[in-house]
Design a protein around this ligand. Structure first.
Ligand code: ASP
Length: 576
């Protein structure tokens, strides 16, 4: 027997017990007459001591050892450790395996570069903080299994090797050995399969589904990620949302000990955009977007007739915002295709800044009153002919200031549904649309006539679950009749031939009695990030890819041999 106790749960009530422990040497201090070993296993760390160090073999950090001894109360408890009230007096110490000096110290606080940590991920994973993240992740998955199983959902696996359908994100392709020149695609999501499951009479499906998207990576995006994916038949949107709220409540409670009050708030897409400048609003702080159309009354001639003029008021920073700060803000705004932002400072009871010369005294007074300005407030505003553009730009600045000014209280959770999404986003300069969610989304009944006249105004039965400014999941009710589905494909610019070739196999199924259905998918990685309190998605995935989409541990992707290519009927172009 390697052990009869685990390390992290030893407490005062164990004092006097003879214990046999195993684990890794987290730290070791040999003071000559006193030896301290902090012994780590997956449950935590316990301090082991001896006042006759010479009786034991020398050990170093990360050695795997077995320690036998007696639990005793510590004279001075260590408040930083859950086991800090006790220690283990070493009676026997056996080295099970040695370890080289590790490339970085294995502790929660580390200054090791992330690249190094990812290269030696198996060492990184020994850090309690990462083990805790994995535990939170596993608890969310367990909550999903328990909840959906107890609500009549059937877990069904769907294929990994799929037909390529080039809408949406770029796909990972897999060459076929048997059919040279043909490729499978890895799933971006099980969307079509889960809809076919509904047509197949399953009624309630869920799956912990691996999904693949070959997109540029960000702090919260990985090429392979996991969804908690589900689909239901014969439920209204309200019923789908209520069912999901029950899951969220359970998951937050069981994985993170957080109580969520139900029902969750709902906010319409355009309200979120207008007020927060985002379709995934973080509503934990103010800095709301304000309509500043009244600035069109100024003598400034640069606003177009149809332009939107909007801004935000950042309290208390006017005097400390330098020219350089404003240049940085302009750079940020340009990332969102805004021409730039203009600043007005409310200092010494008046509005200052290069734009002030365009404002009459009356207009200044009107503005101060309208925005309820206080001394030292900064007004930032922009104009644009595009509603989405101005909202997105100012929304980004809003977040920037919230971070800078530390307006977000730590450990606060804000969950809400964003609903009433537009069905389509127009493609600038082209006479076509892209689907805001995906092409299988059902337009609201009352908006169906608009499909023929004003598609851009059609709203959909679509809903995103937004938590602390992250889109943690999203879904829609689906189209369940063949003709509407066909019409949507046409609005998305697909020819009859395209539709028949790419989706014929799918929409044919709608001719055989498709039930009304709808569902949702959660990003498991993002849910875990939120509950673990990290902004880095790699912290919640055991073996993640880095920002170059490389797995730093195994170094995938790598070249393959000419033989392997030959078997697949592939030849590489000579470009390096
Ligand atoms: N398949 C969708 C997605 O991956 C989610 C859904 O509509 O259920 O975003």
């Amino acid at each position: 027997m390697y052990r009869n106790h685990v390390n992290g749960t030893l407490r005062l009530s164990d004092v006097g017990s003879e214990v046999t422990l195993v684990g890794w040497v987290a730290t070791r201090r040999n003071l000559g007459s006193l030896l301290f070993i902090d012994l780590r296993d997956t449950t935590g760390i316990v301090q082991c001591v001896s006042d006759h160090p010479d009786d034991f073999p020398d050990v170093r950090n990360e050695y795997v050892v077995q320690i036998k001894g007696r639990v005793q109360a510590k004279d001075v408890p260590n408040k930083n450790l859950p086991t800090g009230e006790i220690e283990v007096a070493i009676e026997e110490l056996n080295v099970i395996n040695k370890a080289q000096t590790t490339p970085f110290i294995i502790a929660d606080k580390t200054d090791a570069l992330e690249d190094t940590r990812l290269q030696y991920r198996y060492l990184d994973l020994r850090r309690p903080v990462l083990q805790n993240n994995l535990r939170i992740r596993a608890k969310i998955v367990r909550a999903a299994h328990e909840y959906f199983d107890s609500h009549g959902f059937l877990e069904v696996e769907t294929p990994m090797l799929n037909l390529s359908s080039p809408e949406g994100a770029k796909e990972y392709l897999v060459p076929s050995r048997i059919h040279h020149g043909s490729f499978y695609a890895l799933p971006q999501s099980p969307q079509l399969w889960k809809q076919l499951l509904m047509i197949g009479g399953v009624e309630r499906y869920y799956q912990i589904a691996k999904c693949f998207r070959d997109e540029d990576l960000r702090a919260d995006r990985q090429p392979e990620f996991t969804q908690i994916d589900l689909e239901t038949s014969f439920l209204s949107m309200d019923e789908v949302l209520a069912l999901n709220e029950g899951f969220l409540q359970k998951a937050f409670k069981e994985a993170a000990g957080i109580d969520i009050e139900l029902p969750l708030r709902r906010i319409a897409y355009w309200d979120a955009m207008d007020t927060y400048g985002s379709d995934k609003p973080d509503t934990r702080f103010g800095l709301l977007l304000r309509d500043l159309s009244l600035l069109k009354k100024s003598s400034f001639e640069g606003f177009g007739e149809a332009d939107y003029v909007k801004g935000i008021v950042v309290p208390g920073v006017a005097s400390t915002t330098s020219r350089k700060n404003l240049d940085e803000l302009n750079l940020e705004a340009r990332k969102f295709s805004l021409k730039g932002v203009i600043a007005l400072k409310y200092l010494n009871g008046t509005l200052e800044g290069s734009f002030a010369k365009f404002l009459s005294e009356e207009l200044k007074a009107e503005l101060v009153k309208y925005l309820d300005l206080k001394e030292n407030d900064l007004v930032l505003f922009a104009s644009s002919a595009s509603r989405r553009q101005i909202d997105n730009g100012l929304g980004a600045l809003r977040l920037l200031f919230a971070k800078k000014l530390e307006l977000i209280k730590p450990n606060t959770y804000d969950l809400l549904w964003v609903v009433d999404f537009p069905m389509f986003t127009p493609v600038e300069g082209e006479n076509r649309y892209v689907a805001e969610h995906h092409p299988f989304t059902r337009p609201r009944d009352e908006d169906l006539p608009l499909l023929d006249t004003h598609p851009e105004e059609v709203l959909a039965y679509a809903y995103d679950i937004v938590i602390n400014g992250y889109e943690a999941g999203g879904g829609t009710l689906r189209i369940y009749d063949h003709d509407t589905q066909w019409k949507i494909f046409k609005l998305l610019g697909l020819s009859d031939e395209d539709v028949a070739k790419k989706f014929g196999w799918f929409i044919d199924a709608f001719n055989y009695g498709a039930p009304p259905h709808g569902g949702l998918a959660y990003g498991l990685d993002r849910l875990t990030m939120i509950m673990a309190g990290t902004e880095n998605i790699r912290d919640v995935i055991a073996f993640p890819k880095n920002l170059q989409a490389v797995d730093p541990t195994s170094k995938a992707p790598r070249e393959v041999t000419p033989d392997q290519l030959e078997i697949l009927g592939l030849e590489l172009k000579n470009e390096k």
